[in-house]
Design a protein around this ligand. Structure first.
Ligand SMILES: Nc1ncnc2c1ncn2[C@@H]1O[C@H](COP(=O)(O)OP(=O)(O)OP(=O)(O)O)[C@@H](O)[C@H]1O
Ligand SMILES: [Mg+2]
Length: 220
């Protein structure tokens, strides 16, 4: 079963149609780049898929459940159960240690602190940062912070990882390393990976490329 499907989705904001009649589905474990001009609706698309926003028309089906009319509580539960997010600006909490930033999504699930921290340590090992567990986000470089954000997104073993320009704030070499890490985790953990990027070289590393333009979403 496809973990994610959009059927004739429309999203307009203030009378302006941003996405119109968008129908796409994503296969299990697929990696996909989302490209397109600035303002074309890439983040809007990712926010719809991530249940941070709702379609005006059409249907959004996640893991076999129609989420189109789900209320805020149902969306929050499904987000925590199925989805992981990585943002351009990392969005780590400055007053929590690296370890507790990564453990936080498990705490939201009601998992006790000790086991949440154990799972967070394992996830930090996978991104090569276990030795920085006790540091604060401010102690780390941009690339390290993004690796922490990736560990936090993956600690719940999401079926789908959504990344909105995850390397937008990083230098070229660090960006390459982050994309390499995402590709490796996509491969090893089998989650579907959707990544917004402006960089054609990054897009080439994904199995599939979508172009968002003029309200439509097309295989490029
Ligand atoms: N909350 C909002 N209120 C009004 N307009 C919005 C809002 N969110 C998005 N838009 C508009 O929707 C369009 C698509 O925005 P979106 O952020 O999805 O573009 P994008 O492709 O992610 O652009 P970028 O590459 O610059 O990040 C833009 O014209 C934007 O101005
Ligand atoms: Mg955007």
């Amino acid at each position: 079963m496809n973990p994610l499907r959009l059927e004739s989705v429309q999203r307009s904001i203030g009378g302006q149609v941003i996405l119109d009649n968008v129908s796409i589905s994503f296969a299990e474990s697929q990696s996909c780049a989302i490209t397109g001009p600035s303002g074309s609706g890439k983040s809007t698309l990712l926010n719809l898929i991530g249940l941070l926003d709702q379609p005006c028309r059409g249907r959004l089906v996640l893991d076999g459940c129609d989420m189109t009319h789900a209320n805020a509580d149902q969306r929050a539960i499904t987000r925590n159960r199925l989805l992981g997010f990585v943002f351009q600006s990392f969005n780590l909490l400055p007053r929590l240690t690296i370890l507790d930033n990564v453990a936080l999504p498990l705490s939201y699930r009601g998992i006790g602190l000790a086991s949440a921290r154990r799972a967070a340590t394992l996830q930090l090992e996978k991104v090569g940062l276990a030795q920085r567990a006790r540091n604060w986000p401010a102690d780390l470089s941009g690339g390290q912070r993004q690796r922490v954000a990736i560990a936090r997104a993956l600690v719940t073993a999401p079926r789908i990882l959504l990344a909105d320009e995850p390397t937008g704030n990083l230098d070229c070499e660090t960006a390459q390393a982050i994309i390499g890490l995402l590709c490796r985790l996509n491969h090893e953990q089998g989650m579907t990976l959707l990544m917004v990027t402006h960089d054609p070289a990054m897009a080439q590393r994904m199995q599939r490329r979508l172009l968002v333009r003029d309200g439509g979403v097309f295989d490029a």
